[in-house]
Write a protein that binds this ligand. Structure first.
Ligand code: NOJ
Length: 535
């Protein structure tokens, strides 16, 4: 029997290197810290790690401002440390996915420094989007930075450059073949070092159209663009649909080229997952057509309420849309850009939802700390470092809460994360949530994740489609109950405040909260919980 590619139903553990584990006492996590904790990661039962950027960077945007994409920032170590990390991961049979940031460089990248020194119209400026302003001195258009404020900054000779994010992140000009060649060099560099795949940052943003055209309704768009501003999904989608710098057809040509490059690494099963915030949702499937990328993030669950109808709709739609191009969905409840799921929907709810999505077809992404049930860190404004906090002058609190370092052991903060001063303070209230404490507690979120991932590997991976047994598709008998069968496992999630009785055959092998007496026939599922039952 032909085996499936490794990434197809992989569980991928996202590590934000700065916040994972500090091996040298400088208060920031590093590559050697990750290597030191890979046994812990392996024991979770995941298949791969995704590393957020660790490249040379002034770190104005948590490393998503890359000054040299083919080197390691000294704060994280060096290339030898990267090699050692990859080697140890592979020894443990963990794949390694690296972030790649093709929409922009840091203003400290040598190309941008050269562009500043060279005049308007130069080849150096043509690697970015440099334009003259309007006759009245205003920027070339009214586009807005995703971090707030205008997306243009003026240089001393009067020209403006485009930056969809911070002014320290100039956007690259993908009409320039030099940009293509440089990224292909970077992809090869990391593949040659042993990397197994890439997470493509702002994958939908590389190609810009109509630079001279203003965007209608810049005010509404300003909020819609921000990842951390809550907004009705439909309203957000309606605003995003006409953005001239997102989801242009040209991006797909780039990924077709990249796919050829990936496939030239014979026998390696190189993969890439696109970060693409696009509308309508059908458009996301274009990124995973058979000659493009392997996965595209589905962000629906990052903002979804704990509501049966809502969850059913977004989950069912994602399965169907992906299947229309022969792909499987991805699921993520948390990442470094959004509030942690335990904070957003609650502790029991986040456990229930994790169990539910682990049983679905496709790949599940787990943000480091999610397995502990970690909430967002409570920060003072003086602690905050996110450029969206700085550029919005504090109006937007930003994403630092989800990036507070992990608590490993001990009774007092910083809970073994560092012997120095952590770059963001850990909360003393996390004492019970350390890895050490959770390992020892059979009821902990950590042990729930471990058991669930072991059982997922045994009973759910590559077990085909979902068969809905109770859902709005079936007349929504009970709005607060979702039940599906996949392979030999029946999965039931009770979203209500009360326990609910459900008829399910088999033996309960997982329960996200509380306890359950019956092992056959009718089962009383505790409030806000999820069970797996094996036939
Ligand atoms: C998306 C990344 O996930 C986020 O952290 C970053 O700020 C932006 N892209 C810009 O690179």
């Amino acid at each position: 029997m032909k085996s499936e590619p490794w990434w197809k139903e992989a569980v991928v553990y996202q590590i934000y290197p700065r916040s994972f584990f500090d091996s040298n006492g400088d208060g920031e996590g590093d590559l050697n810290g990750i290597t030191a904790k890979l046994d812990y990661v392996k024991n979770l039962g995941v298949d791969a790690i995704w590393l957020s950027p660790f490249y040379t960077s002034p770190n104005k945007d948590g490393g998503y401002d890359v000054a040299d994409p083919r080197d390691v920032d000294p704060r994280f170590g060096d290339l030898a440390d990267a090699k050692a990390l990859i080697a140890r991961a592979h020894e443990l049979k963990l794949r390694v996915i690296a972030d790649i940031v093709p929409n922009h460089f840091s203003d400290q990248h040598e190309w941008f420094q050269a562009a500043l020194k060279s005049g308007p119209g130069s080849a150096e400026r043509n690697r970015f989007h440099f334009y003259d302003g309007n006759p009245d001195g205003t920027p070339p258009n009214n586009w807005i930075s995703l971090f707030g404020g205008p997306s243009w900054t003026q240089v001393p000779d009067g020209q403006f450059y485009l930056h969809l994010f911070d002014s320290s992140q100039p956007d690259l000009n993908w009409d320039n073949p030099e940009v293509h060649a440089d990224f292909e060099k970077t992809l090869r560099f990391w593949l040659d070092l042993g990397i197994d795949g890439f997470r493509i940052d702002v994958a939908h943003g590389l190609v810009k159209e109509n630079i001279h055209k203003n965007h209608p309704n810049p005010q509404g768009l300003s909020d819609a663009l921000r990842l951390d501003v809550e907004m009705d999904t439909e309203e957000r989608n309606a605003l995003l649909v006409s953005v001239p710098f997102f989801d242009r057809q040209g991006v797909h040509e780039i990924y077709r080229q990249w796919r050829k490059l990936f496939d030239s690494y014979k026998g390696r099963e190189v993969m890439a997952v696109a970060e693409a915030w696009v509308h309508p949702p059908e458009n996301a499937t274009r990124y995973v057509r058979s000659d493009e990328l392997q996965q595209v993030f589905n962000f629906d669950l990052l903002t979804a309420p704990f509501d049966g109808e809502f969850l059913f709709d977004v989950i069912n739609r994602s399965i169907q849309l992906n299947s229309s191009v022969g792909a499987l969905p991805t699921w993520a409840l948390s990442n470094h850009d959004s509030p942690r799921v335990a904070t957003r929907i609650g502790d029991s709810e986040s456990r229930a939802l994790a169990l539910f999505v682990f049983a679905l077809p496709g790949s599940a992404y787990v943000f480091a700390g999610q397995e502990l049930g970690l909430p967002d860190g409570e920060l003072q404004d003086t602690d905050r470092q996110d450029p969206s906090f700085i550029r919005s002058k504090g109006r937007v609190k930003g994403r630092d809460g989800a990036r507070v370092p992990l608590p490993w052991n001990g009774d007092t903060t910083p809970f073994g994360f560092t012997t120095g001063k952590p770059w963001l303070p850990l909360n003393q209230s996390w004492q019970k949530l350390t890895v050490e404490n959770e390992k020892a507690d059979p009821q902990s979120s950590l042990n729930l994740f471990r058991e669930a991932l072991a059982l997922r590997a045994e009973h759910l991976v590559n077990k085909g489609d979902v068969q809905w047994l109770e859902s709005p598709l079936h007349g929504a008998k009970r709005k607060d109950l979702l039940v599906f069968k996949r392979g030999a496992v029946t999965v039931a999630m009770n979203l209500s405040e009360l326990a609910q009785e459900v008829s399910i055959e088999g033996q309960v092998i997982m329960l996200s909260a509380g306890s359950l007496d019956s092992n056959s026939g009718k089962k009383l599922i505790p409030a806000r919980s999820c069970i797996w039952s094996l036939n």
